[in-house]
Write a protein that binds this ligand. Structure first.
Ligand code: SF4
Length: 414
């Protein structure tokens, strides 16, 4: 069994990118791709790298404040630069505003960006248009702007409803205030409203977690993303604790216990795992942005620090001054990957959803996964991490906990 748990989705694919880089120059590839109709489904990601209050556990880079006042104009410029390409003419299948905190834009700025998004792109009817927000920024005025702009999915970064926990994590407002903002969004008619929950943070007890879960059960939300806290170096939260306190905090037994309590308690209220860190209820949340992006689609990333892919071109915009390609309006710092990389990315996502037909994937990849992974699969079966039936692999509860470690292990065997 593993001694360190990989908590991030990126851990599962970190071994792959370099290995599957193609011998193709990025700029001609991107220019050629954008000048043809799209081959895959596309989503748009708009990144707002600001927050009005920095959480104590957050390691993300933020550009200086000066750019902030002009930032919505930058997003609009980028929308204009890319919208006329033949690649962007067919309807877009999902839109996601992430960050940072997208609702750190003022309602007027958000209104302008949404208006331009609809004016410049055709968005498929019924497409999920999703916005991440903190509870504090989700005012009635912002909700009105979002609804008018076609936003039909919200992801609210609550993290915990416990007041002491919120203070420790650097979240503003009380737990009751956060719950009231979630209720307000639901009452406003945005039924596809989910929250983010952090568990296993320093000082959290099982009672605190159970109180969070009781509130979640009472809210009627569509789903939640739940993350065990990662103590990143250089964050205020990391620095607050001594080395000894930090090592005492690493307690995989307690972390696993909390993980299973979340799965079981919310499972009793109809929440089912959609992937390793996501539970959904009543199929309200289709999660299209992630499903399409990691299901063989493309993600047009707009904004400082945004990452995406245009077919086989994987890129990450610079967090400060945009490093735009001279041939096309996206970052020139990306790389073209071989088509098999995107197949593997799809396989990883399917495994993260908890189940995959390895016989079928062996055919797609033209290699015998059941044979190549045999010793690893056998060991994991013995350890109770998975079941295997007629070539279909399914993760157990324990497998969902260790999923990113398992997938990383398999990817390193390829
Ligand atoms: S809201 Fe999100 S991005 Fe902003 S500081 Fe908190 S965790 Fe970081």
């Amino acid at each position: 069994m593993y001694t360190v748990r990989y908590k991030s989705h990126h851990d599962a694919s970190s071994a792959l990118k370099k290995r599957y880089t193609a011998d193709t120059a990025p700029e001609p590839y991107v220019a050629e791709t954008l000048n043809q109709p799209a081959k895959s489904r596309r989503v748009i990601y708009l990144h707002v790298p600001f927050c009005n209050k920095i959480c104590s556990f957050c390691p993300f880079h933020r550009p200086d404040e000066l750019r902030r006042r002009e930032y919505h104009g930058y997003l609009i410029d980028e929308i204009h630069r890319i919208s006329d390409y033949p690649y962007m003419q067919a309807p877009v299948d999902a839109v996601n505003f992430g960050g940072g905190t997208p609702t750190a834009l003022t309602p007027e700025q958000m209104d302008a960006v949404l208006a331009e998004l609809h004016r410049c792109f055709s968005i498929a009817p019924g497409a999920e248009i999703s916005v991440e927000s903190s509870a504090t920024e989700l005012t009635l005025e912002m909700l009105e702007v979002l609804k008018r702009g076609g936003v039909n999915r919200l992801s609210i970064g609550v993290q915990t409803f416990d007041d002491e926990g919120r203070r420790l994590l650097g979240r503003r407002g009380s737990g009751e205030h956060a719950a009231s903002r979630v209720r307000q969004a639901l009452d406003f008619g945005i039924v596809n409203t989910s929250i983010d929950l952090i568990y296993h943070y320093p000082g959290e007890t099982m009672e605190t977690l159970e109180r969070d879960l009781a509130i979640i059960r009472s809210l009627g939300i569509a789903g939640l993303s739940f993350y065990s806290l990662i103590l990143h170096e250089k964050t205020p939260l990391f620095q607050r604790f001594s080395k000894e306190e930090r090592s005492a905090f690493v307690d995989l037994g307690a972390e696993y216990e909390m993980f299973t309590v979340i799965l079981r308690t919310l499972g009793a209220s109809g929440f089912v795992p959609l992937e390793l860190t996501k539970l959904v209820r009543n199929s309200i949340d289709r999660y299209d942005y992630v499903k399409i992006r990691h299901g063989g689609g493309s993600c047009i990333a707009i904004g400082h620090g945004a990452g995406g892919n245009i077919e086989n071109y994987l890129y990450h915009n610079s967090a400060a001054i945009p490093l735009l390609s001279e041939a096309a309006p996206v970052s020139r710092a990306g790389r073209v990957v071989r088509p098999v990389y995107r197949l593997l990315d799809r396989l990883i996502f399917e495994l993260q959803k908890g189940s995959a037909d390895l016989s079928l994937w062996s055919e797609r990849l033209r290699r015998d996964l059941l044979k190549e992974w045999e010793p690893s699969l056998e060991r994991m079966q013995r350890e109770g991490l998975l079941t295997l039936e007629k070539g279909r692999l399914s993760l157990t509860e324990s497998g969902l906990f260790w999923g990113n470690n398992m997938i990383d292990e398999w990817m390193r065997l390829l």
